[in-house]
Ligand binder design. Structure first.
Ligand code: SAH
Length: 217
């Protein structure tokens, strides 16, 4: 099967699985997932599954990317923070849907691989930072939307603080390190919070701090 027909089939599967927002489907169709997948997994770029990337991390399953993106209720006026750049795939999808994407990754090597992909695809509204996303990006706060793509034990309070109090939405997987995690959606209005449980998932953990940089030792 050609790449194009695999892609069409994947987008159909996502629609059947509940990704009905046409802007989200169009972004999934437009961003080439093969650009974000290692050479060894090219033939699986349009399979509906998570795949390994370097540093022991994963590029998320397309269905999960679709459902989490849809849950964010994005418009082209939004400024969004993503925690966990990984391959850069999710950030690329977001960049088609919002005004500006800020994305943080704790592994320098992953960011060094993601940045040239953004350039190659002419995605110029993505700003990157290597650091601990658990703390958010205070200098750029508040954010209209926050998406965390690694599982936290609890909703990180720093991220809640950096979410806009005028209808800000944060979507994140929460779990205690075991196999059962759930995607949670937090809505913030003034000083009020509302949180909903959306669907079960399996993500790599959100790790506090950044890895030791050998160059600094
Ligand atoms: N959104 C990614 C999937 C990333 S997997 C994609 O589309 O490919 C989760 C990522 O979160 C991993 O790359 C991991 O290194 C990163 N991560 C985990 N804890 C983090 C933290 N505290 N700050 C920043 N990134 C973190």
């Amino acid at each position: 099967m050609s790449v194009e027909s695999r892609k069409i089939r994947l987008v159909m599967d996502l629609r059947n699985g509940g990704v009905t927002d046409t802007r989200v489907l169009a972004a999934l169709e437009r961003i080439p997932r093969e650009t974000f997948v290692a050479e060894a997994f090219q033939d699986q770029a349009y399979a509906n599954q998570a795949l390994p990337i370097s540093c022991g991390q994963t590029i998320s399953q397309p269905m999960v990317v679709g459902l989490m993106t849809q849950a964010l209720e994005l418009t082209d006026r939004h400024k969004i923070l993503e925690v966990g750049t990984g391959s850069g795939y999710q950030a690329a999808i977001l960049s088609r849907l919002v005004r500006r994407v800020y994305t943080i990754e704790r592994h320098r090597d992953l960011m060094a691989a993601a940045e040239p992909r953004f350039k190659a695809l002419n995605l110029h509204n993505i700003t990157t930072m290597v650091g601990d996303g658990y703390k958010g990006w205070p200098a750029q706060a508040p954010f209209d939307r926050i998406l965390v793509t690694a599982a936290a034990r609890l909703v990180p309070p720093e991220l809640v603080a950096q979410l806009s109090s005028e209808g800000g939405i944060m979507v994140l997987p929460v779990g205690d390190g075991g196999p059962s995690q759930e995607v949670i959606r937090v809505r913030k209005n003034g000083t009020q919070f509302e949180s909903e449980r959306l669907f079960p998932v399996r993500f790599v953990p959100l790790v506090q701090g950044v890895p030791d940089d050998p160059a600094k030792r």
